[in-house]
Design a binder for this molecule. Structure first.
Ligand SMILES: Nc1ncnc2c1ncn2[C@@H]1O[C@H](COP(=O)(O)OP(=O)(O)OP(=O)(O)O)[C@@H](O)[C@H]1O
Ligand SMILES: [Mg+2]
Length: 1003
């Protein structure tokens, strides 16, 4: 039955919707829709490919402030007001999944209950209404985080949360007697999480906004007609490559806020580095820039949202209200106009999503392309810098980040991720980091002291951000207190290390530098304000009371679970009820809450000494409690009932409770002040005026205490906010120390060496190893063969040949990874490493089809190659693995040679080039600065062989492919056939092989 009813509702709902629009339209998802409205724009999700927009994705209409939804609904079925409100909210926030708070629950209705109930593993009930059954699913309010995680993080949905607000008298009348009104207080999208418990503590949750230059149709912008054909396939024509784009990104959970200007050519790499969960575009232009940006983002599977910035003022000063400190006027001019526009768009979007919830961000930090090594997006993926290609299966094991991470704090890990994705280009910065690692590497006891203290800290970056949004609770205060205590410990450990008595008499240059790096860190710690805050927290928060209140909360939550089951029983249809398992019914019975003495439930989270008022209020309460004890004993005596207790129950209010009812019957009658309310066989409950009045006073006293606690707590929050900047600065020092310790531990574990960075153009890596492959081999008990890499001005390109499986690709990658690690400030897996700073790393390895984008294997290969040849500079480091293998050997060789030629003559960058086209070695003989190296196979008697992974000078013309094919398990007969073909190849010309093929086939 319910199915029929449901489909009727759906049809009505659907038809009414469609009747508001001329017809169902098909949108080109890639084009911004001109009808988009300022709030909650339609999202084009990067990962989806449909050309037809689904019903829920139709552009929404704007709803005027005074519009009366209820009137509009008069023609429709008379749903209860709560459902009607929810339905109107579903309409208003139609791109969102609506969660409506009803009492202790969040509920979904109509088609959203049907769609998301099963996905959330919630039972979908049919709520009985006069207008027919309404599909409904819900969960207890305290599980909000859990369900938000599934909706926002796993399903990439946008969620609108509609909260309950008590109606005033006129509101109650207007709403037809409803005590509560419901309003959407926040919409949550993947990029606008604040402090949700499911957020990954080890990663930033960035929201990124882009503003392309010329998107307002300046004369420079190519018009629609001139969209070059290449754009359709995602490659960028040279004319647009250098067009500037403003980026602004922030993490609401930490308050981090950055801006950068980049170009269309490097946008993909910047986006890959930032790794935003959601990207906002203004969608106010329809030009080729917008189009190619969108193509690129879609290709990278980014979640893209459109939003129109309604702020009239597009200047940095308009950001001030959302910043913890103003951007100094003298630095304002350093931000480019694209960055300012992107920043304004970003903040406008956030403001809309948060619906008035205040935030305080850190002032924007301007990132510049030149400050960091750029790892292009292909390198990021191919070198598995942040995650492996099989991410999700092994939890990132095997990525560079995972391999080097020994951090012990969450925010330290987030900073490490940032460092690894954007290695530094500044010698002083890199050397300071290396100095710190050197110090921590050699002084194990010192390092262990620091890491032990770091382990005691909490994520103060995210904690203080919570306070800046007026959210932090007593637990957060305790976490801050512990962090400040640990910070003090760290400060004194640093001081001790720096004190003259602990230093050796003769300090060499390295020691002096290392001391300087410690000194710099130590001087950045500011403890005065935070220590005063810590003392205040210590004196105010009652930790025991806090723990007790958590225990009570848990009990209450258990009660709500049983209530949930009640609701389902009452509001679900007969079928729903029948479907309810016996198990849950038993649980409901077991969980029925018991009548309790309210005195047992009272816990205070603040010490009574937290304020003089609080002290006085507690004293007053103590007095009243004493009165209660006296009253109890007096009543016991007067009524001759020793079992008498004074209680409060929700139904009866203040009562005296007596066991053995008969015994007190007579004395009760005699007492004028007592009124019987409930009598059972064995108990008796009655009102007694003195207890009613005293009980009321106790209650009032408690309320006053609660209000005073709130006031004091608010003051404490204020104190945290006052110390915001200092706490953040201290946290940054702790994060850097965490990374320093992490690198030092890694260096010790894996025998890494300190690299020497310089401004030259040479790589001198002696005994280099691959950081991750080495570990993998060692796990299997195999040894890794180290190799030197001496490329630079003398030998700018290494052309590497050799058998399959002999380590060419590994060698290429290991040197790119070593360069990255060195510029991050980490020791490197080598015996010795001297590296001229690398401005960009480019990688062309493996094949990645992108058939969805209409790009074949070879197309992808060529696009990646194009990026390298167009962008590499003499300071860049390029690795190219088997370029040209996706086409005929002749074409492949031609392309391979052209690349070598271009890299050698035009880009002039350091290049490692691995190939199976041996002809390339002959063709590049007169390239003076190109050297040939190779790997090998060692054949032993009896047909066994082994790979020689050590590189030697020269060219190896045999690939030994059949040996690898046999190892891989190709059937012996097929191997034989291949061998026959190969032999005829070497003996004869290819034409004669073709003639011989029928014979081979017969054999
Ligand atoms: N230096 C080394 N020492 C020990 N083992 C190595 C070394 N380099 C690579 N290997 C092992 O050899 C395997 C194959 O290496 P790699 O993929 O680099 O070979 P390749 O020469 O690129 O082969 P192909 O030509 O087939 O691409 C690696 O997975 C690793 O197990
Ligand atoms: Mg290879």
């Amino acid at each position: 039955m319910s199915n029929v009813a449901l489909s009727t509702i759906r049809q009505r709902f659907h038809l009414r919707w469609l009747s508001r629009r001329p017809s169902r339209r098909t949108f080109d998802r890639r084009r911004p829709c001109p009808r988009l409205l300022p709030q909650f724009q339609t999202q084009w999700r990067g990962a989806k490919t449909r050309a037809t927009v689904k019903f829920s994705e139709l552009p929404q209409r704007e709803i005027g402030a005074g519009e009366n939804f209820l009137e509009e609904e008069e023609v429709g079925p008379a749903y209860p007001t709560v459902i009607l409100q929810a339905r109107n909210n579903m309409r208003k926030y139609e791109n969102c999944v609506l969660l409506t708070r009803v009492g202790s629950f969040y509920e979904l209705y109509f088609n959203q209950a049907d769609k998301y109930g099963p996905l959330l593993n919630l039972k979908v009930a049919q709520k009985k209404t006069t207008a027919g059954p309404v599909p409904m699913a819900g969960f207890p309010f305290y599980q909000l985080d859990r369900f938000l995680k599934i909706l926002v993080q796993d399903l990439n949905e946008f969620v609108a949360i509609s909260e309950e607000f008590a109606n005033n008298a006129s509101g109650t009348v207007k709403s037809g007697g409803l005590l509560f009104d419901r309003k959407v207080t926040r919409t949550i999208t993947p990029g606008t999480l604040i402090d949700e418990k499911f957020m990954d503590p080890y990663e930033n949750n960035f929201l990124l906004a882009l503003h392309p230059m010329d998107s307002h149709g300046s004369p420079n912008a190519p018009s629609n007609e001139t969209i070059p054909a290449e754009l359709a396939t995602g490659s960028i024509p040279p004319a647009l490559i250098s067009k500037r784009i403003g980026l602004a990104w922030l993490d609401l959970s930490t308050g981090d806020f950055f801006t950068q200007t980049t170009t269309l050519g490097t946008l993909a790499s910047a986006a890959a580095r930032i790794g935003a969960r959601e990207i906002v575009l203004s969608g106010d232009g329809n030009d080729s820039m917008q189009q190619s940006i969108l193509d690129m983002l879609e290709q990278q599977r980014h979640l893209v949202t459109y939003h129109q910035n309604q702020l009239a003022d597009d200047s940095i000063s308009s950001w001030t209200l959302m910043l913890e400190t103003e951007v100094p006027t003298n630095t304002q001019s350093s931000f480019s106009s694209e960055e300012v526009a992107a920043g304004s768009l970003l903040l406008a979007y956030v403001k809309d999503r948060l619906q008035g919830l205040g935030i305080k961000l850190q002032p924007p930090v301007r990132r510049q392309d030149k400050e960091t090594m750029s790892i292009d997006k292909n390198s990021m993926r191919a070198l598995e810098v942040l995650r492996t290609s099989k991410e999700g299966l092994g939890g990132g094991k095997g990525s560079l980040l995972h391999t080097v991470r020994r951090t012990v704090t969450k925010s330290g890990t987030r900073l490490l991720r940032d460092w690894i994705a954007s290695p530094s280009m500044s010698l002083p910065v890199i050397n300071a980091r290396l100095d710190l690692v050197t110090q921590l590497r050699h002084d194990r006891a010192f390092r262990e002291d620091i890491t032990n203290l770091l382990r005691r800290t909490y994520d103060s970056q995210r904690l203080v951000q919570k306070f800046s949004m007026g959210r932090g609770d007593a637990d957060d205060l305790m976490s801050l207190l512990r962090t400040i205590e640990a910070t003090n410990g760290i400060a004194s450990t640093l001081e001790n290390r720096l004190s003259p008595s602990s230093t050796q008499p003769a300090l060499d240059e390295n020691d002096r530098n290392a001391r300087r790096s410690l000194q710099a860190l130590s001087s950045r710690l500011s403890l005065d304000g935070p220590n005063a805050l810590a003392a205040l927290i210590n004196a105010s928060v009652d930790e025991d009371g806090l723990m007790e209140s958590h225990r009570i909360e848990e009990t209450e939550n258990a009660d709500i679970v049983s209530l949930a089951q009640d609701v389902l029983q009452n509001e679900g249809s007969a079928e729903d009820q029948a479907a309810m398992s016996k198990v849950s019914k038993t649980k409901v019975k077991q969980k029925a809450s018991t009548e309790q003495d309210p005195e047992e439930q009272d816990t205070w989270i603040l010490r009574r000494s937290a304020s003089p008022i609080l002290e006085a209020l507690h004293q007053a309460l103590d007095g009243l409690r004493q009165d209660r004890v006296s009253l109890t004993s007096r009543l016991r005596d007067d009524l001759d009932a020793q079992s008498l207790t004074l209680r409060w129950t929700p139904g009866m209010g203040y009562i005296c409770h007596v066991k053995g009812a008969k015994d007190v019957a007579a004395s009760l009658k005699a007492s004028a002040a007592a009124r019987d309310v409930k009598t059972t066989k064995s108990t008796r409950a009655f009102h007694q005026s003195e207890w009613s009045s005293l009980g009321g006073k106790i209650d009032q006293a408690k309320q006053r205490i609660r209000a005073e606690e709130q006031r004091v707590f608010q003051q404490l929050r204020g104190q945290v906010v006052l110390n915001l900047v200092k706490l953040r600065l201290n946290a940054a020092v702790l994060d850097e120390l965490d990374i320093g310790c992490s690198f030092a531990i890694l260096a010790e574990e894996q025998g890494l060496v300190r690299p020497v960075l310089n401004l030259g153009l040479d790589h001198k890596i002696i005994g280099g190893r691959h950081p991750t492959v080495k570990l993998g081999l060692e796990e299997q008990g195999r040894a890794f063969v180290s190799n030197n890499c001496l490329i630079g001005e003398r030998e700018r390109i290494w052309l590497i040949t050799g058998p399959n499986m002999a380590g060419k690709s590994t060698f290429l990658r290991q040197n790119a990874l070593i360069s990255i690690l060195a510029q991050v400030g980490c020791f490197v897996p080598a015996e010795h490493a001297e590296i001229g700073l690398v401005d960009q790393i480019f990688t062309r390895v493996g094949s990645a089809d992108n058939l969805f984008r209409d790009q074949s294997t070879f197309m992808v290969e060529m696009m990646e190659t194009a990026a390298i040849l167009n962008q590499a500079t003499p300071q860049s480091f390029v690795i190219m693995d088997e370029i040209g293998r996706g086409t005929t050997p002749e074409d492949g060789i031609a392309v391979g040679f052209a690349c070598l030629h271009h890299l050698y003559h035009k880009n002039r960058c350091r290049t490692l080039f691995a190939t199976h086209f041996h002809a390339l070695a002959d063709m590049t003989k007169d390239f003076k600065h190109l050297a040939c190296y190779c790997t090998d196979v060692a054949e032993e008697n009896g047909g066994s062989f082994s790979f020689v992974h050590r590189l030697r000078k020269g060219v190896n013309r045999s690939s030994h492919a059949l040996k690898v094919a046999r190892l891989a398990g190709i059937p012996e007969a097929a191997i034989e056939t291949a061998r026959t073909v190969l032999e005829s190849f070497t003996a004869q010309s290819p034409e004669s092989v073709e003639r011989a093929l029928p014979q081979i086939a017969k054999a």
